[in-house]
Ligand binder design. Structure first.
Ligand code: AMP
Length: 269
């Protein structure tokens, strides 16, 4: 596995592999089985698999967890190697945002509301870093998790709007046995908070069940969450995206903010 830390190293490493298909899996590291599902999908479909590990400062708000976000490069590189990645792109913040950087991408509608209400500017940071990664790697396919559904919509829209010619593949959410969606931020939860956090996927399941029975999924999910006072909901809404109906939720357990969703209608494949 090539480890590229600069744009020039990534380009040079990929040059000999341009004859075949290239898949990109963007990550912020602290890799878990959710990331591994994306890597496995890329490995199954592409001749060359590139994974990026970059904790993107531009997608964190001033009072968010940028400084304490879990980072363990040695273990991430071992996991990427194990997953059969050909090239790991591990740039510094200065490499991605050199002095004078001032070009930003905004996805005007999909990038507003829901996550953006709590994290203003988040999707501007996401869209910009993804476009830059796409320009560096020039992938045929890029892999994103359904777990971050609004992000997947934003990236797909950007790829279409800017005619980037990349197939955006959305991989189903990987969950722990008790239903909690895997997330690097789950590491912040105390054992008790970790148990409490199960209420979030349970509430979404209750919402999906209500929907199947002709009821109001968001109301049912909110009611289920209200039964667990240690979970503080941020939003619980039905998003209508591109023919899909997705019950999306964000909530705080202690100081940890968790997001999750369940598809009500449509789907990504
Ligand atoms: P992150 O490192 O959290 O920025 O996530 C990198 C990619 O992995 C994003 O496309 C996420 O949507 C995806 N991802 C994160 N958690 C999961 C999960 N539990 N299941 C599937 N994909 C995930």
């Amino acid at each position: 596995m090539i480890v590229a830390r600069t744009v020039a190293e990534a380009r040079a490493g990929l040059e000999p592999r341009r004859g075949g298909s290239v898949g990109l899996v963007p990550t912020m590291g602290a890799l878990h089985a959710g990331h591994r599902a994306l890597l496995a999908a890329a490995r199954a479909e592409c001749d060359t698999v590139v994974a990026s590990v970059f904790v993107n400062p531009a997608q964190f708000g001033p009072n968010e967890d940028l400084d304490r976000y879990p980072r363990d490069e040695a273990s991430d590189l071992a996991a990427l190697e194990e997953a059969g990645v050909d090239l790991a792109f591990v740039p510094s913040a200065g490499e991605m945002y050199p002095p004078g950087f001032q070009t930003w991408v905004e996805v005007a509608e999909l990038g507003r509301g829901l996550e953006d209400d709590s994290r203003p500017g988040h999707f501007r940071g996401v869209a910009t870093v993804c476009l830059k990664l796409f320009a560096i790697v020039r992938p045929d396919r890029a892999y994103f998790g359904q777990k971050d559904a609004q992000q997947a919509e934003v990236v797909t829209r950007m790829v279409d709007d800017l005619a980037l010619g990349i197939d955006v593949r959305v991989v189903p959410t990987v969950r722990d046995e008790d239903g909690l969606a895997l997330s690097s931020r789950n590491a912040y939860l105390s054992p008790e908070e970790r148990r409490t956090a199960r209420a979030l996927p349970r509430a979404l399941a209750a919402g999906a069940e209500a929907h199947r029975e002709g009821g109001d999924p968001a109301a049912a999910a909110r009611a289920a969450l209200a039964a667990e006072p240690r979970v503080a909901p941020d939003y619980v809404e039905v998003a209508h995206w591109n023919g899909r109906a997705v019950l999306v939720a964000a909530a705080r357990v202690g100081s940890t903010r968790l997001i999750d969703n369940v598809v009500l209608e449509g789907g990504w494949e």
